[in-house]
Design a protein around this ligand. Structure first.
Ligand code: JHZ
Length: 434
């Protein structure tokens, strides 16, 4: 039986408030079940990265959870060891709306256009998106008259999707839900899933659900942040409780094969600091892109735990350098704000111990985040216009993955002498003239 996210949230808040702190520590790999999990990074205990605080609740204690990363020696899957209940993570107060990023909208539209060009879809087809958020991707199929179904557990984004004509089921996708849809004759020609595979606690159930929902000649197109750039560029802030897994191609290959699905092609994308677009089918037909990535990962040792030996030290070094830079600027009387009330921003602020002592406020275009406080760090979230009215000397770029887009938008702030600090892979200052 499945319940709507709002039902769960109400129950969590009224009937069993202690459930708000509910989480479980895993002892076996989320994918293959091996107990050979080797710890690689400990980010301490942090609040939930997307759980913004309304000012009137700012006196209430925030639940915090351990944030530790391990690699499975058996199947190479990198994963965090704590699972926070999904109903707590993705309830109806979930503030992430995909449509606030023009770059993401463009990226998604191009994805759809490529699928429309290569597959013969018509009004008898069905495209399903798992974690369809506010309809940012499926609306492009709707425009072309292709029937779609969005599935997303967060009430707010699901309602926003329906309003723009994207039919959306407000629910968690699972093997059971896939079975129900298939029994109703709703199987998919294309299944999209962007930034969702890493978020699901039942990794195997989710993939097995995809196998059930997919037509025999259907195509799965999944996007997920890639582990290799995460490690190489010290993108440690993309680690938070929503992201349970950090995928290599090797780990993905094992995962899909276990469910009779085959990773046949991959594309490397720059989005979110470096992602993979995975093309998965029922039939095994691996292209050179997959063979090359598997060979590359084996040759650089990414399939073993030794590859991660110096990662924790590199994360500590980044923290020390960023804190030194910020403390020097503060000591010389400079004011500093931040850009992007992003989930990754919460990890960075909380791991580095940055609060309103160092940073005056954070700006974000997402109106659902404005007026609230960042988890843990408690920076107030304001509209981007505050950079012009307050003209802080420096702005810490928490949404560094959209740096180009944001620097362009902030031309006026920069013309007025404003500087940005990009924290990863090593903290650096962007001067107004850069
Ligand atoms: P953004 C998100 O993480 C959500 P986050 C999620 N956890 C996930 O899996 C990853 O992506 C992959 C704002 N912004 O998307 C919007 C502006 O204000 O990088 C966002 O609040 N102006 C599901 O939250 C934030 O910045 C702009 O011009 O870490 C960016 O957050 C742009 C472009 C963004 O990721």
């Amino acid at each position: 039986m499945t319940f709507k996210a709002s039902w769960w949230r109400k129950m969590i808040e009224t009937v069993m408030p202690e459930a708000q702190t509910q989480s479980e520590t895993i002892t076996a790999c989320r994918s293959c079940g091996s107990t050979h999990l080797v710890p690689i990074l400990d980010l301490g205990t942090t609040p939930l990265a997307d759980r913004l605080i309304s000012p009137e609740r700012s006196d209430e204690p925030e639940p915090t959870f351990p944030l530790q990363v391990a690699v499975c020696e058996q199947c190479s899957l990198v994963q965090i060891t704590e699972t926070v209940a999904p109903e707590v993570l993705f309830a109806d107060a979930y503030p992430y709306y995909s449509s606030f990023s023009p770059a993401l909208l463009k990226h998604s539209r191009e994805n759809v256009m490529a699928r429309l060009a290569e597959r013969e879809l018509d009004e008898s087809s069905l495209v399903v998106e798992l974690a369809s958020n506010d309809g940012y991707l499926l609306k492009n199929y709707v425009e072309h008259g292709i029937p779609v179904l969005g599935i997303d557990p967060a009430d707010g984004p699901a309602e926003a999707a329906r309003k723009i004509g994207v039919p959306t089921l407000c629910d968690f996708f699972s093997e059971e839900l896939a079975g129900q849809l298939a029994a109703e004759g709703k199987t998919a020609d294309i299944i999209h899933g962007n930034n969702v595979l890493a978020h699901v606690a039942d990794t195997n159930g989710f993939v097995s659900g995809i196998a059930k929902l997919l037509k025999p000649n259907g195509l799965v197109v999944i996007e997920a942040p890639y582990l290799k750039p995460l490690i190489e560029h010290v993108e440690f802030d993309t680690i938070y409780h929503e992201h349970l897994c950090y995928f290599s191609v090797t780990a993905l290959d094992h995962l899909f094969k276990r469910h009779g699905l085959y990773l046949n092609h991959i594309e490397h994308l720059s989005i979110h600091g470096g992602s993979l677009r995975l093309f998965v089918e029922h039939i095994e037909n691996p292209q050179d892109s997959v063979k090359a990535a598997l060979a590359d990962e084996a040759s650089i040792g990414m399939t073993g735990s030794g590859y991660f030996d110096d990662f924790a030290d590199r994360v500590s070094t980044l923290k020390a350098e960023l804190l030194r830079m910020i403390k020097e600027l503060k000591a010389s009387g400079k004011s500093i704000a931040a850009y992007g009330a992003a989930a990754k921003g919460a990890t960075l602020l909380n791991y580095c111990g940055l609060t309103t002592e160092e940073l005056d406020f954070v700006v974000d275009r997402n109106v659902h985040k404005q007026g609230q406080l960042m988890p843990g760090a408690r920076l107030p979230v304001r509209a981007p216009e505050a950079l012009i009215t307050e003209q802080p000397d420096y702005v810490l770029m928490l949404a560094w993955n959209f740096a180009d887009e944001i620097l362009e938008q902030q031309a006026e702030y920069r013309r007025n002498g404003g500087r940005f600090i990009i924290p990863v892979p090593t903290p650096k200052i962007i001067q107004p003239e850069d």
